[in-house]
Design a protein around this ligand. Structure first.
Ligand code: GDP
Length: 524
């Protein structure tokens, strides 16, 4: 390693881009990688629409459907910083992996399609980021198209997501008339469709253009000045600390496709995005990224990245210290020490073997069945565990059986492993002990079916029982089976906790009115 490890750690910026499908996450990722020099042409990462497959599309099922099922990691250097982008599936059938990936980042970038505003999946992902209190940066995308009014967008953002916002820049015109942005943060105007350095124009002390320019004659420029004045007077103030706590989101307007505003965004983002953050252990101790000993946790396990090898890879977010190839780590959950000779890191171009990595980085460990989602791995003599990853409330359920009853043993073994891996959630009905699977996204079922067939040689039959509102129970002993009904099924989760599955919110409310003493709660 060239720099001292503390400097290396301080240079890391690890984040995820969250968005509703089609808001422009892939396009943005490509542009960022392009600036980072990780790819030669923006466009090579994306496969889904060109027929070429992205580096992240490992699994066969991904290829078949042309989507990215898993969250991969892309890395590049910019301006002395090492940037790790954790990709999240860009499909509405996203899964728990998407949520868990957000447990491994220090910041999030939220892409919003400015014509559509805040969409459902953005809200879901935002909530997970919010719960963690990480900084969230907003990019209002597709300004080259006619969209909602910028002030309206900011208002919607604040109302729907209940977060305060600060416009770092403000669009001048929109769609065909998109001239550029008024950059409040850097005190300049950034012109669209103008090449080179000349696309920046300085502002004077009054906040107006300091040079003569035909733009000043336009109504768009006048409107932008007016709106910015309004924001200056009535809007929030920029506050670094509130950004860091995730209470205030800096908002950038731009267009990922035409590459407008992306570089300014990247530079400002890198300035305010945090370096690797400490993380809590089960005993409420904070592990500092600069502590000497290596530590990390597994947020995702991916099987069959290479079908020829049937390997599983456990993704580790390094929390503290440095990793070196060949080092030994302990998994405190099973008190087992493992020598890490085979590790892999993920780059835009190819999978590369990693020799060294530090806090903030993500490494992939080849797994022969030792690891589980949420496991802590520690180096040296350390022996602690990080606090558990949250479990997420599933929304979709299927009843599952083996097509061939003779395969029952493999069926149960397969389910057990896939459940441990965090691919799917396990439930069973009372008395009859039928197996139900729960997921946050439909895609999890398809991955499950595919893997049962390919890895455990079991064909499964899945009967959809639809979406349910799942609620756990604080005072289980007060629950009676007579409380169940057509619209409120009672099942057990994998830890034998009772769970009500309500048909819908209406059924949940009805239950609450009828049995006010039963205290229900949902997971994340
Ligand atoms: P993802 O599903 O969030 O990854 O979205 P993509 O990056 O695949 O973009 C979805 C579609 O929107 C594609 O056709 C993109 O070319 C288009 N797109 C992305 N960014 C912009 C933009 O800034 N302006 C316009 N006009 N189209 C964009």
């Amino acid at each position: 390693m060239l720099k001292p490890i503390k400097e290396e750690i301080a240079s890391r910026r690890t984040f995820a881009i969250i968005s509703h499908p089609d808001a422009g996450k892939t396009t943005m990722t490509e542009k960022l990688l392009y600036f980072g020099g990780a790819i030669r042409d923006a466009g090579t990462v994306k496969g889904k629409k060109t027929g070429k497959y992205a580096t992240s599309d490992w699994m066969e099922i991904e290829k078949q459907r042309g989507i990215s099922v898993t969250s991969s990691v892309l890395q590049f250097d910019y301006d002395g910083k090492r940037v790790n982008i954790l990709d999240t599936p860009g499909h509405e059938d996203f899964s728990e992996d998407t949520y868990r990936t957000l447990m491994a980042v220090d910041a999030a970038v939220m892409m919003v399609d400015s014509a559509k505003g805040i969409e459902p999946q953005t809200i879901k992902l935002f909530k997970v980021c919010r719960m963690r209190g990480i900084p969230i940066f907003t990019f209002m995308n597709k300004m080259d198209r006619q969209g909602k009014e910028p002030l309206e967008l900011m208002e919607e953002l604040e109302e729907v997501l209940e977060i305060e916002s600060y416009a770092m820049n403000y669009p001048i015109g929109m769609g065909k008339e998109f001239i550029g942005v008024y950059d409040r943060f850097n005190n300049r105007i950034e012109q669209a469709r103008v090449e080179g350095d000349s696309h920046f124009l300085p502002l004077n002390e009054e906040g107006e253009l300091a040079v003569e320019h035909p733009m000043t004659e336009t109504s768009y420029y006048q409107q932008a000045l007016e709106d910015v004045l309004l924001l200056n007077e009535a809007g929030n103030e920029f506050d670094v600390e509130r950004v860091a706590n995730g209470e205030l989101t800096p908002v950038f307007f731009g267009s990922a496709l035409t590459n407008f505003g992306v570089q300014t965004f990247l530079e400002t983002f890198l300035q305010f995005a945090p370096s690797p953050q400490p993380r809590k252990t089960k005993d409420e101790q904070l592990v500092d990224p600069n502590s000497e000993e290596f530590s990390g946790f597994i947020f995702k396990i991916q099987a069959n990245m290479n079908p020829a090898h049937r390997d599983r890879i456990a993704f580790v977010r390094i929390v503290s210290g440095g990793f070196e190839r060949g080092m030994s780590v302990t998994v405190p959950r099973i008190s087992k020490t493992i020598k890490l000779s085979q590790t892999t890191q993920f780059l835009a171009d190819d999978r590369e073997t990693v020799n060294e990595a530090v806090a903030g980085d993500i490494i992939g460990l080849y797994d022969t069945g030792n690891y589980q989602i949420g496991d802590t791995v520690v180096g040296g003599k350390s022996n602690f565990q990080f606090e558990a990853l949250p479990q997420f409330t599933p929304e979709l359920f299927v009843r599952v059986t083996a097509k061939n009853v003779m395969k029952s043993k493999h069926f149960h073994k397969g389910i057990l492993q896939l459940v441990q891996e965090g691919a799917i959630q396990y439930y069973k009905t009372l008395h009859t002990e039928e197996v139900l699977l729960g997921a946050v996204g439909q895609l999890q079922f398809e991955v499950f079916e595919h893997r049962m067939k390919n890895e455990y040689n079991v064909e499964v039959h899945m009967e959809h029982i639809g979406s349910k509102v799942a609620r756990w129970i604080e005072n289980e002993s007060d629950v009676k089976e007579s409380m169940t009904g057509q619209r409120s099924m009672l099942v057990k989760d994998r830890y034998d906790n009772l769970v009500f599955l309500f048909e819908n919110d209406f059924a949940l409310r009805w239950f609450g009115d009828k049995y006010p003493d039963i205290r229900l709660y949902s997971l994340l």
